[in-house]
Design a protein around this ligand. Structure first.
Ligand code: HEM
Length: 237
């Protein structure tokens, strides 16, 4: 069998940039999120909690803008930037999966079928984190894009919205505040469970990359830095 390989360009600069910004942002968000989740255990004061949430939200904006950029690229981008190339919705995907299980194909230019399923799960959870995080940022520390509307909805004196501060009852209508917390509930619940989903799937994604590299030997990891994979030449020389 011919084992010669050729260098093939797969991951565009946009994809690689998205990937590494995403990795850094998610790592920070998971660390700060874990601190928020265990604030009592770590003896964090109310001011400390507000600071942690503020930092989490600012990193969250970077994460959200990066994710929105990637979601858009899936529609307007080229080649492997497109959803059709990376998600498991293409025609013949189930056959692709069977062939993959039976080791019928040695290498893949883009993602193998297991990788496509993983991407669908990861992108779904990231999307849930983005939407739920943006809503909760509005109900918790009154940050954009929804903070102003939530603050207005709970204010007794609508001319004095600036008086509404996190963890303070000044200018807050108790009934309206309760109604806002009811709106918040499903979003914080989604944020909480998607967090556990991510800390389960991210290690699985890394293990998947290691297994795929052992099986396909296409230099998967460096491909996410340089953009190039090493694939067997089509014809034996
Ligand atoms: C992968 C992305 C993210 C992860 C893994 C993550 C993780 C977490 C975790 C574990 C918590 C604690 C949950 C709790 O207290 O029950 C949290 C809270 C929070 N997150 Fe995120 N988050 C992400 C993205 C975002 C984004 C994009 C925003 C908004 C821009 C955001 C805003 C918030 C806010 C405001 C809280 C405080 C809610 C509270 O506990 O009162 N998050 N996040």
């Amino acid at each position: 069998m011919n084992t010669k390989r050729e260098q093939i360009f797969v991951w565009s600069r946009n994809i690689r940039l998205f990937h590494w910004i995403n990795v850094i942002a998610i790592t920070l968000l998971i660390c700060i999120g874990t601190l928020i989740l265990n604030a009592k255990l770590f003896g964090v004061s109310t001011d400390g909690k507000i600071l942690l949430k503020t930092i989490h939200v600012i990193v969250g904006y970077v994460f959200a803008i990066n994710l929105l950029f990637r979601l858009l690229l899936g529609f307007i981008g080229k080649s492997y930037e497109k959803w059709g190339k990376i998600l498991p919705f293409n025609k013949g995907f189930s056959q692709e999966l069977i062939d993959f299980k039976e080791h019928k194909k040695a290498t893949y230019k883009g993602h193998n079928p297991a990788g496509k399923l993983m991407l669908l799960a990861l992108f779904s959870l990231l999307f849930i984190q983005m939407i739920s995080g943006l809503v909760v940022a509005g109900t918790d520390i009154y940050y954009p894009p929804f903070g102003q509307s939530f603050a207005e909805s709970i204010a007794i004196d609508k001319q004095n919205i600036e008086a509404i501060k996190p963890y303070s009852k000044v200018n807050v209508d108790e009934e309206a505040y309760k109604a806002m917390r009811d709106i918040r509930k499903p979003f914080i619940t989604a944020h909480f469970y998607a967090f556990y989903g991510l800390i389960f799937l991210i290690p699985l994604h890394i293990i998947g990359v290691i297994f795929a590299e052992r099986r396909e030997k296409t230099a998967l990891v460096s491909a996410m830095i340089t953009g190039y994979k090493y694939l067997p030449k089509e014809k034996a020389e």
